[in-house]
Every structure is written in C-alpha cells, then in structure tokens.
Write a protein that binds this ligand. Structure first.
Ligand code: PLP
Length: 386
C-alpha cells in the first residue's frame, strides 16, 4: 500500500462527517442501540462494533488502520502509553511457569515488567546479548514462550538480526515481540521480517510534537484479537479519542519530519566525529558502527537519536556541557520537534562515576527539526564550557 495513501486517506470516509478534511474526535464513552439483538451482538464481540470506548472508538479506528498498514500488519491496537503496549503484549503471551528470553538492557519499563512484576507470577526471564543469534539458541528452555527484542536499542543502538531470531523462534513455537520505537515502520518493519508483534512508543515520532503519550502494537488479526479481548479491555489503557486524533495529525507529517531529522543528524554526526571532546559517536548508520552492515540490511533509515561518549575525566565536565546548552533541552523522551540531551551520569553520583567506564560518559542526543547550523553552534559553545 502506498504510504501517501495510508497517511492521507486510509480509514477516512469524509462523506460521513461533512466532507471535513480532518476527522472528527468522537469524544464519547458509549454508543446507543435501537435493537436488543444488535446490542447482544456487540456484547458477543466487542471488537466488531461500537459499544463502549474502552474498546472500539471510531477516531481510534482510523488510527489503528493506518498504523497496521504502515507496519505491513493485519491489525493494530493503540494504547495510552508505550509502557502499556509492552505490558499488554507481554502479559498476553505468558502464564505461570513460562520463561522469557529478553535482549539485554531493554526499555526500562519492559525490564521492570520482567524483573519486578512477572516473577510474582512464576515467570522468569533470561537476558542475552542480542547481537549474536547463537545467544538466543543457547538460552532457549523447554518452557520458553516469548522472545523480547528491541532493535536498535535506544542508547547503544545494539541490533538483533530480526529475520534470523524470528525464524529461530518460529521453529520452537516461541512468540517474538520487537520494540521498533527507534525506527518507526518507516525505517523498519519487523512484522515483514517474521516478528509476531511489533511495538513502538507512539509518544516519540508518531506523535512528533511532545504533546501526547501513546503506544502501539501490531501483528496478526488473531494475535490482536487475543490481546484485545483480554489485556486491552482488562487493563483499560486504550488510547483516548483526542490523543488518537493528535496521532493521526502527527502521521500526516511523519515522513517529512523523520527525513528532516535524519538529514540534520548526518551533519551533526560529522561535526561530532571531528570534535576532540567526543571520544566516540554511536549511530547505527555511521560506517564505524559495529553492526553497520546489519543496520543497512534490515533498516531503511536511522532517525535523530545518537549517543556520544564524552571525552571527560570528571563527571563535572559532562554536567557543565549539558547545562551550557542553550537550545538543546535536557529532557527524557525524543521524536518531537525539539532537540534534546540526556547524560547517563544524571543517574550516577559523583562518587560512583568511573571515567574509565564508557557507559558513564555516554550522552544521548536527539536531533529534532531545528537547522543543523543552529544546533552545531549550540553544541560548540557548550563543548567550550565543558
Ligand atoms: C519511550 C519508550 C518506550 C515507552 O513508551 P511510553 O510512551 O513512554 O510509555 C518504550 N520503548 C522505547 C524504546 C522507548 O523509547
């Protein structure tokens, strides 16, 4: 399906709403019936019609159709956060006694699910270095039901060979989930590589304006129905109509924003690679990146997220650099219009800071929609302070 068609037309029937270009926000909790039998049918299968907005809502439906098509998936579900999307997708695919294999250092709240919540219900997790497929092979146990991936990782950009891990999992009847937040479906389509559930934090690029928190999962109709009938309705964290509307609006400009951010990032990366205060630039589409070949194979682009290893002897230098930035804002998240910085050492005290450890000197940058010159000038003056 043509991407322009998906973003501009799919799921929209303007004759239903005064030929308005922008779809309406159907801000309702419930839907009325004229016939008892119609109500009965809606009770039987909540996914099939409009009954109550914790389930299906027309504005959310437009978004679902678009996101599923972008992923090359049969269906999608949209949640009130990426964390809720992760939780629902994982919970739906484990029971007491099961075993999960997760890539090492997944997104914080995925890791908390594995480390804090699931052990209470007898589900255990093994973490593996996902850069080698063999590590997954070795970690499989008779009770392994789920492999959890994140490619690229959102700090180190470590990749997994999605096609190979998906094939391995299928041969053992293991479900695979891949966090695709870094790439969005524009730059990588895990479902087409054989992954069962692709997920992303829509808070990042899909929303694109730092004004909405949301998450999405996509996959087969059967898998989405299974999750809808249980975790989606039961956790009750489906996206609300207004936020769905904001994401539909975000999707209109997604290709333009991503491309702009990626282009500016290439210039910023060139600048950073030549700066003496930068020991290393970690960016999946940089030829020096350790998995550059795999990145080029399974991703069609890299966005605006990159990490530098700061050439510092003391934590204070990194602190001075970050605090000297005038336009690049210090904040979590990414994917919006505004460039951001986040130093790893924010969560490492002065006493615990070890300059010999590369991770301690990592500073993550997100390059937004400002001009390259504007951002490079800001970085330049901040490096002078650091
Ligand atoms: C932000 C993020 C999430 C969580 O999404 P929220 O919308 O913040 O709940 C999950 N995975 C990755 C890689 C993220 O960056």
């Amino acid at each position: 399906m043509d991407i322009s068609y998906i973003l501009n037309e799919l799921g929209e029937d303007r004759s239903q709403y005064f030929n308005a270009i922008a779809p309406p926000i159907i801000q309702t909790s419930n839907f009325a019936f004229r016939r008892v039998d119609d109500m009965g049918k809606a009770f039987e299968d909540e996914m099939a019609g409009y009954l109550y907005s914790r389930g299906i809502n027309p504005t959310v439906d437009i978004l679902r159709l678009k996101l599923a098509a972008l992923d090359g998936a049969e269906d999608a579900l949209v949640f009130n956060s990426g964390a809720a999307a992760i939780f629902a997708a994982v919970l739906a695919n484990v029971k007491a006694g099961d075993h999960i294999i997760s890539v090492r250092h997944p997104y914080t709240w995925a890791q908390r699910t594995f480390d804090v919540i699931l052990p209470r219900f007898g589900v255990s997790t093994t973490y593996v270095d996902g850069t080698q497929v063999d590590n997954f092979v070795k970690a499989i146990q008779p009770n392994t039901t789920l492999i959890y991936l994140e490619s690229p990782n959102s700090w180190t950009y470590a990749l997994q060979d999605l096609r190979a891990v998906a094939a391995l999992a299928k041969s053992h009847h293991i479900i695979t989930i891949c966090d695709n937040s870094y790439c969005t479906p524009l730059y990588q389509r895990p479902v087409e590589l054989g992954i069962d559930i692709s997920l992303q934090s829509a808070t990042k690029y899909i929303g694109g304006h730092s004004d909405t928190v949301a998450g999405v999962i996509s996959g087969s109709k059967a898998m989405m129905k299974k999750i809808f009938d249980s975790e989606y309705l039961n956790i009750g964290s489906g996206i609300q109509p207004f936020n769905a509307w904001l994401l539909i609006r975000g999707l209109r400009t997604l290709p333009a924003r991503l491309e702009q951010s990626a282009q500016t990032t290439r210039r910023v990366v060139d600048y950073l690679k030549n700066h003496p205060k930068v020991e290393e630039v970690i960016y999946p589409f940089d030829p020096g990146f350790m998995q550059f070949e795999l990145a080029r194979q399974q991703m069609s682009g890299a966005g605006g997220l990159l990490t530098i290893v700061y050439n510092a002897k003391e934590r204070a230098q990194i602190v001075r650099f970050c605090e000297a930035l005038q336009h690049i804002l210090m904040a979590v998240s990414w994917g919006g219009h505004e460039s951001l910085v986040i130093p790893r050492c924010a969560s490492i005290t002065h006493q615990n800071f070890r300059p010999e450890k590369k991770e301690h000197r990592m500073v993550r940058l997100y390059i937004g929609l400002e001009s390259a010159d504007y951002l490079i000038a800001d970085l330049d003056q901040a490096f002078n302070a650091g």
